[in-house]
Design a binder for this molecule. Structure first.
Ligand SMILES: NC(=O)C1=CN([C@@H]2O[C@H](COP(=O)(O)OP(=O)(O)OC[C@H]3O[C@@H](n4cnc5c(N)ncnc54)[C@H](OP(=O)(O)O)[C@@H]3O)[C@@H](O)[C@H]2O)C=CC1
Ligand SMILES: O=C1O[C@H](COP(=O)(O)O)[C@@H](O)[C@H](O)[C@H]1O
Length: 496
């Protein structure tokens, strides 16, 4: 493995994301040797911390990780420096530049810079503007911008944001994070699709009846009402994570596995989203909000009773919908998606239901054979299950459903890199495959805006009881065409 070199300037160094995700991910890269001697992190935020205090914060964030030894943690934390900095004040960028140059020399980095925006999105454009106006970009090595979600609030604000960062960074320097793209089993969709001759030729409307994507969460809004109230499930989960999963499930096969080619086929896929009129969107996408319920003997708050949520909040905590693609491969094949908070249990999974065999010669009553079904378990379980028909044991010839199951074991899952670790390594390596591009967001925001527009035209906010899999209307989306959600958990598990 070649050691990676960079000065990482982290805007929002005292924030929750930095402490919970970024420091642990960087530490794992350090332990694995991807980062060794030639890196430095400059954390910035307004609070007046010293380098020593900042290093204590970083130490606390990584000290309890399973692989952490005191020696390693100390060596790791010594690479961290702090600058008190208000991102709106251009004078601070001058000192930031000087410090970055000093550390570049000290650690023999060669001019590489990563600018990580772990702050509220309203600051993204301001920071990018100052990086340019105060000449922070280095001519010698690489300059890469990592930008957190949410990337905009709607199409107009996403475009405005994109224009503002694009005034400083080229598209090939921008790494827009969608942490689902860093998940093992999301990346595994590509392996499954394009690495198996038994699947690849069947992956189309000719053989597949429907695809279902579920991102179910057991938790409620937690402490994030401030953000979630203005977001809701459609913007928080559908526009980004679900759309990305959908693209990996349905895009054409890239000729090579390179970022440019993967993005080219993804761009084409996003351009083929079948756009609904607002009336069609209202029929094909439903929303709802969770209400209080007794779950496993405990009363669980409804969304409107959560801290920071308005009593008359019109924010949806659940979305289900039917999406169509205008491509020869998928014309007419429904892709059902749903996501929500306070559902029966945490589970991200995909189910691909194949069409039943034509002319079931084993049926005496003309009944079709059960359809084959492939389930991809993304999280917390990670693995696959293929349901097939076999002969029922015994004398009479009848079909019975059997399954081929594979699960990654817990120990291997625990050892595998976490999403942020994978993505940070990709940034260090300069691999943009697992990041989103503007062309995709351009399309997905336009798609989602129509749904929002349709919902905003009505005052109705349907509800579902906490601990269930959403409202009846979500089931009706499928039952109307004789289908059913494949994932129907019964045992409620609100805490993981
Ligand atoms: N937390 C999470 O799990 C996730 C977060 N994200 C995204 O990551 C980003 C950061 O989120 P999160 O860490 O939770 O947010 P926090 O509110 O915890 O952190 C915000 C950071 O910004 C700093 N800050 C605020 N205003 C200024 C300013 N004017 N100048 C300089 N620094 C400032 C704060 O420090 P100070 O107050 O000292 O200035 C703090 O370090 C957001 O875009 C969020 O949507 C995405 C996915 C998950
Ligand atoms: O981006 C987000 O994702 C989380 C769910 O992520 P997961 O990795 O736990 O599946 C969600 O809770 C949050 O609301 C959203 O902002």
């Amino acid at each position: 493995m070649t050691e990676k070199k960079a000065v990482i300037i982290l805007f929002g160094g005292s924030g929750d994301l930095a402490k919970r995700k970024l420091y642990p991910a960087l530490f794992q890269l350090f332990v694995r040797g991807d980062l060794q001697e030639h890196f430095a992190v400059i954390g910035t935020a307004r609070r007046p911390w010293s380098d020593e205090y900042y290093q204590e914060i970083v130490t606390a964030a990584v000290t309890n990780l399973p692989q952490a030894t005191t020696k390693q943690v100390k060596a790791f934390a010594s690479h961290f420096y702090y600058q008190s900095h208000d991102v709106t004040d251009s004078a601070h960028y001058v000192t930031l530049k000087t410090l970055a140059e000093k550390l570049d020399k000290q650690y023999d980095i060669g001019g590489n810079r990563i600018y990580y925006m772990a702050m509220a999105p309203e600051f993204f454009g301001v920071i990018a503007g100052h990086i340019k106006s105060e000449n922070l970009l280095t001519p010698d090595g690489f300059n890469r911008l990592v930008i957190e979600k949410p990337f905009g609030h709607d199409h107009a604000s996403a475009k405005e944001l994109n224009d503002s960062i694009s005034a400083t960074f080229d598209e090939n320097q921008i790494y827009r994070i969608d942490h689902y793209l860093g998940k093992e089993m999301v990346q595994g969709i590509l392996a499954l699709r394009f690495g198996n001759q038994i699947l690849e030729p069947l992956w189309s409307k000719d053989y597949i009846d429907n695809i279902q994507i579920t991102l179910a969460e057991a938790v409620g809004v937690e402490e994030r009402a401030g953000y979630y109230e203005s977001s809701g499930a459609l913007r928080d989960m559908v526009q980004n994570h679900i759309m990305q999963l959908m693209a990996y499930l349905t895009m054409e096969k890239p000729d090579t596995f390179s970022p440019e080619v993967v993005h080219k086929v993804k761009d084409a896929l996003f351009s083929s989203l079948h756009r609904y009129t607002p009336e069609e969107a209202a029929q094909n996408f439903i929303r709802a909000q969770y209400v209080s319920a007794d779950v496993n003997g405990q009363t669980v708050n409804g969304y409107r009773q959560e801290d920071g949520v308005a009593e008359d909040s019109m924010t949806e905590t659940f979305v289900a919908g039917k999406l169509l693609l205008d491509t020869p491969r998928w014309e007419g094949t429904p892709i059902y998606l749903r996501t929500g908070k306070r559902l029966t249990r945490k589970s991200t999974q995909v189910t691909v239901t194949f069409k039943p065999v034509a002319n079931n010669i084993f049926a005496t009553d003309g009944e079709p054979a059960a359809p084959n079904r492939l389930t991809i378990y993304v999280e917390p379980t990670q693995g696959y299950r293929l349901e097939i028909n076999g002969k029922t044991l015994g004398q009479t010839f009848a079909l019975s459903q059997e399954s081929l199951d594979f699960r990654h074991d817990d120990a291997s899952v625990a050892k595998a890199p976490e999403a942020y670790e994978r993505l940070l390594l990709d940034v260090l390596r300069g691999d943009q495959t697992n990041f989103t591009r503007w062309a995709e967001l351009d399309q997905s925001w336009q798609y989602v805006d129509v749904i929002r527009q349709a919902w905003d035209a009505t005052k109705a906010m349907p509800t579902y009881a906490a601990g269930t899999m959403g409202p009846q209307a979500s089931m009706d989306l499928l039952t109307d065409s004789g289908r059913d959600w494949a994932f129907k958990p019964t045992h409620i598990k609100l805490a993981d």
